[in-house]
Design a protein around this ligand. Structure first.
Ligand code: KGT
Length: 310
């Protein structure tokens, strides 16, 4: 059994302050015994929405502070001797370098010409501080709900074009996805078929969709893949506006770890005012192996005879 820590925090447009929040959570969760620590999507920053659309995201993505953010977490992983998963904005023209030549790293390390947009990237950093995996979010959050939510992530973000095969770590084989990917069962089934034991969904869910869909979707992914699911989350108001001004962007929180039976085995709190927090759970791969034997979903699939295999 190995302990994992799932984190919940409120990133703002200040990258240095987000880094110090993450490093403090890292230190506290490592002293509590965590061997791997999971930070949410866009831990580096959530833009304030000021200025011309997209300009702030483009600028912060390419800033020196943003390079320092990844470097700071790499140093932290090494110092504490733990693995880290974290979501960041990646500059396509100066891609974050993945160590090692296997795992399709060569093409992910090549620059892509685009002076405006970013990749929404999920990094897994090993306990020596190397970037061992980089997954670029493939499903972008483009929605226009009548009378409510209107977000077009693809205005600022280039979609990734591949899944990364699961990565062996001391807590298990990690399958990397991000946030809105949760709504699509196909990538989780594909990663499970490739050997994943733990699916990761670093997220920044909206409050309305989170209240209705977050926990049921995470539990469904855990139950149908018979994997652990670790879902770190942004929470609360990201860049509070002065009294009376328009409300800034807000996230749902409820960071959690779900076991392969679908039980929520750790969850960050929902008490306000929100403070950065983490919750711990044991990852028990031997019980997971028994469950997979007792209920052998992967031998019982009727693909490709009556539906396509994934
Ligand atoms: O770009 C950033 O700064 C951080 N990225 C996000 O917050 C992304 C894209 S806007 N959020 C989601 O995918 C929410 C999905 C969601 O809420 C749902 O599926 O219901």
């Amino acid at each position: 059994m190995v302990l994992a820590a799932v984190c919940q925090l409120t990133s703002s447009a200040s990258i240095p302050s987000n880094l110090s929040t993450c490093l403090s959570l890292l230190k506290r969760s490592a002293s509590a015994g965590a061997k791997a620590v999971f930070f949410p999507e866009a831990s580096d920053f959530i833009s304030s929405g000021s200025g011309p659309p997209g300009e702030e995201v483009a600028r912060l993505t390419r800033s020196k502070e943003n390079e320092d953010f990844v470097r700071g977490l790499r140093e932290g992983a090494k110092r504490e001797g733990v693995w880290i998963s974290v979501g960041v904005h990646e500059d396509p023209e100066r891609p974050i370098q993945v160590a090692g030549s296997s795992r399709g790293a060569a093409s992910l390390n090549e620059p892509v010409q685009d002076a405006k947009r970013c990749f929404n990237s999920h990094l897994i950093i090993d306990d020596r501080g190397e970037v061992a995996l980089k997954y670029r979010k493939t499903h972008l959050f483009d929605v226009d709900i009548v009378g409510g939510l209107r977000i077009k992530e693809s205005d600022t973000t280039i979609p990734g074009s591949s899944l990364e095969s699961p990565l062996s770590t001391p807590i298990g084989k990690l399958g990397a996805l991000t946030c809105y990917d949760l709504r699509f069962p196909e990538p989780s089934l594909s990663l499970r078929r490739q050997g994943a034991e733990i699916l990761l969904y670093p997220s920044a869910f909206t409050v309305r969709t989170g209240a209705a869909h977050w926990a049921p979707l995470l539990q469904a992914r855990a139950i149908e893949t018979q994997c652990y699911v670790i879902a770190s989350a942004q929470v609360g108001v990201h860049n509070p506006k002065p009294e009376g001004g328009p409300q800034g962007r807000t996230s749902y929180g409820h960071a959690m770890i779900i076991d392969p039976w679908g039980s929520i085995v750790a969850q960050c709190g929902d008490m306000q005012p929100y403070k950065p927090s983490f919750a711990l759970a044991d990852i028990d791969l031997s019980s997971m192996a028994s469950l997979r034997q007792e209920m052998p979903l992967w031998q019982q699939r009727r693909s490709p005879q009556i539906y396509p295999s994934i």
